[in-house]
Design a protein around this ligand. Structure first.
Ligand code: GLA
Length: 385
């Protein structure tokens, strides 16, 4: 096996007999940000960058998980799974715990994880980690879960052991995506439609700010709570309202005096973003990429000014892209406060744009920008050993 390890773990790697190899991808989201936990619409898909997992059962009660990327080992007894004080371990432990909560039994196993996803870049390396592990354990121990169960196991692991009240988008995209398509997901009904990602001469380019402001987790949960406060206020007189999905602009205006200005601003953004997703889907289906780009820019504006989950670095990049006719649209992607902008750009314009953006970003923030193109790809899958 061609994995570089410290001497501490080289024996583990050398003796590993891979039973199953799984790849689990990161994701992009064309539009529909912070709408998933509000039961709205999103338009994500998996990309051609993965975490790779190798599994073997070991016939004991002990689980040994080795992160080759970080040269770190996690060991635990499968009968004594509890939360850890290390974040990365909680993604693993949370998944095992969720499997056990569903009354399925797994034994000890060994796993090697290699990540090719930049962390904190908003392409959801966390969902890829949860879903790849859940998928692999489902296969190796023949647990009989459906794909949608794996999605929910990943999401719940994050709610419980990791502590982020995330929506379902990332795990859904990581598991359910199909090559060459984006997913229009209705987060209320969990119905989805695969839409051909037909970008013609255009492609998706990600610009990674390489910043990850640490207020991201707490701010995320605050946004969830702010949206819930609006729902609670409206539900007093409209008991059928269970989420912002059931809220109209009129209902929101009617309740304005009873909620905070901030909460009103957040909810207004969500209602607008849901409308934008539907329009963006029509634009994509009819090949009107210009309009799709305009919706992406409006989405960024809402995230920047109303939902307030952007940051100076993301705003700079989204704004900078407007100088280039070759870029049809750009916006921050994912939870926010750092990570990537997603750009819809003509193939001929990529080189010049990346060169100029890298230079301008370095001058402004003294940080190196990284960039990569993202191709709509297959979700979590078994690969040949
Ligand atoms: C993170 C969460 C998702 C979603 C996005 C914002 O990626 O994990 O559930 O809420 O932020 O759209």
């Amino acid at each position: 096996m061609s994995i570089k390890t410290s001497s501490l773990h080289s024996e583990f790697v050398a003796n590993f007999k891979t039973e199953l190899k799984v790849t689990s991808p990161g994701r992009i989201n064309l539009i529909g940000e912070h709408t998933d936990y509000n039961n709205g619409f999103v338009l994500p898909t998996a990309i051609d960058k993965h975490i790779v997992f190798q599994f073997q059962k070991n016939g004991t009660d002990i689980c040994n998980i080795y992160s080759a990327t970080f040269d770190k080992m996690l060991q635990f007894n499968v009968n004594e799974v509890k939360q850890s004080d290390k974040e990365w371990e909680n993604y693993i432990l949370g998944v095992v715990n969720q499997i056990q909560i569903r009354n399925k039994t797994i034994g000890g196993f060994d796993c090697i994880i290699e990540s090719y996803l930049p962390m904190g870049s908003g392409i959801s390396s966390s969902a890829a980690l949860e879903c790849g592990l859940a998928y692999g354990l489902n296969e190796v121990f023949e647990l009989g879960f459906e794909k949608i169960d794996l999605v929910k196991i990943g999401q719940k692991a994050e709610h419980t052991f990791v502590g982020t009240q995330c929506g379902i988008m990332d795990q859904f995209a990581s598991v359910m995506s199909e090559k060459g398509h984006v997913i229009l997901l209705d987060c209320q009904s969990i119905e989805h439609q695969l839409i051909p990602a037909d970008f013609g001469d255009y492609q998706v380019l990600l610009l990674n700010t390489n910043v990850s402001h640490n207020l991201a987790d707490s701010a995320y949960n605050t946004r969830v709570a702010e949206c819930a406060s609006v729902v609670a206020a409206i539900a007093k007189n409209n008991p059928e309202v269970k989420s912002l999905r059931n809220v109209s602009f009129k209902m929101l205006e009617d309740v304005k005096g009873e909620i905070t200005t901030i909460a009103h601003q957040r909810a207004k953004y969500v209602l607008e973003e849901n409308e934008r997703v539907e329009k963006a889907v029509q634009a994509l289906k009819s090949g009107d990429l210009k309009s799709l780009g305009i919706y992406m820019y409006s989405s960024h504006k809402g995230l920047q000014n109303d939902y307030e989950v952007s940051c100076a670095e993301l705003d700079f990049l989204a704004d900078f892209s407007k100088k280039y006719d070759q870029v049809l649209g750009a916006r921050m992607m994912g939870g926010g406060f750092g990570g990537c902008t997603i750009n819809l750009i003509h193939k001929n314009g990529v080189e010049e744009f990346v060169k100029d953006a890298t230079k301008a970003y370095k001058e402004k923030f003294k940080i190196d920008l990284t960039s990569f193109t993202a191709v709509p790809s297959q979700g979590t899958a078994t690969v040949a050993i």
